[in-house]
Write a protein that binds this ligand. Structure first.
Ligand code: SER
Length: 323
């Protein structure tokens, strides 16, 4: 693949999406053209794979220094406090999510960056939103601090597009399932943990009720959505940082049953905790036709295909760890 000359900075680069997106971007553009940043220390594999800098996204001066030092022209801003941790630490969620996003947007404006990616989430929706096939343009009714910051973030991104001509893009991610790096403190994390426990011990205790149905997406589709949206022709986009995207919807019970087809005797128990209230405020399924129309969004993995792939990957990992 021909490498273009982008110089990219990723925030939250050792998080669930950040780890895999950074590796993908390094493949595409060259390792030295992608600067990974995170507030936490990197695992050796990330530190050795290309440039890494410790960064607190609420500190705009440090961010600006890095943008200048590496002549950055594109930022993927993934650093955020997710829904469950955000309910335990709402002040921190506000600070990291709002100050971080605003710092990225201001720097994009003043340093004349070419493009910025700022993800949103299904957490922008709530009880007043339709529960099924949520339309693109609908009532936003967040009930978590995470959701509040994502709603404000979407509007702030739009403001920067219209007022200052900054090219900001983003989608409303559903739960993301992956086997590389664990998610950090979301409500949909059960859909990752269930696979780890199923492969390890054949049992899992779920913190949501069996009938809780949420929109989800497998990591390869998540990465594809980011790349496709960032590659889209700006003139074709009528929206910017709030595209609905989804790939599948299932209940915790349906996921357990699907896993049971591959791990006979798998047992899932249900002990809902405070995250049930968050999940109950979110919709079951999403209509992502605007993303399909405006930038050709098309997911590849459904529940069956994702389950086969996740179990194979985690079994391989378990074997490698034993040898
Ligand atoms: N996965 C996120 C969470 O559960 C939703 O965007 O917080």
């Amino acid at each position: 693949m021909a490498k273009d000359m982008k110089t990219i900075l990723v925030t939250g680069a050792i998080g669930q999406i950040g780890t895999e997106l950074t590796a993908l971007l390094r493949n595409r553009h060259g390792a030295d053209r992608v600067v990974a940043t995170d507030i936490a220390a990197p695992p050796p594999a990330v530190a050795e794979a290309g440039p890494f800098e410790r960064l607190d996204v609420t500190d705009p001066d440090s961010l600006k220094d890095l943008v200048r030092k590496y002549k950055i022209d594109t930022i993927y801003h993934l650093a955020a406090i997710l829904s469950a941790v955000g309910e335990t630490h709402p002040d921190r969620a506000w600070r990291v999510n709002m100050d971080g996003t605003r710092a990225v947007l201001e720097i994009a404006r003043h340093e004349r960056l070419v493009r910025v990616f700022v993800p949103s989430s299904i957490a922008v929706f709530g009880p007043a939103t339709p529960r099924r096939d949520v339309p693109q343009d609908t009532i936003l009714d967040p009930r978590t601090m995470y959701g509040v910051t994502k709603v404000a973030g979407e509007f702030l991104c739009d403001y920067f597009v219209r007022k200052f001509g900054v090219d900001v893009r983003g989608c409303r991610f559903p739960g993301i399932i992956s086997h590389e790096t664990l998610p950090g403190g979301g409500t949909t994390d059960y859909a990752v943990a269930i696979f780890y426990d199923a492969v390890r011990s054949g049992r899992y205790t779920c913190f949501l009720r069996e009938d809780t149905r949420l929109p989800m997406m497998y990591m390869p589709d998540c990465l594809k959505s980011v790349i496709d949206l960032m590659d889209a022709d700006f003139d074709r986009l009528r929206r910017h940082a709030n595209f609905n995207v989804t790939a599948m919807s299932f209940s915790a019970g349906e996921l357990a049953a699907e896993i049971g087809k591959h791990i006979p005797g798998f047992r899932c128990d249900y002990e809902p905790d405070f995250r049930q209230t968050i999940a109950d405020s979110w919709p079951e399924s999403i209509d992502d036709s605007a993303a399909r129309d405006e930038w050709g969004w098309q997911p590849s993995f459904d529940l069956a295909a994702m389950t086969v792939d996740m179990i194979a990957a985690l079994r391989k990992k378990a074997t490698e760890n034993r040898t």
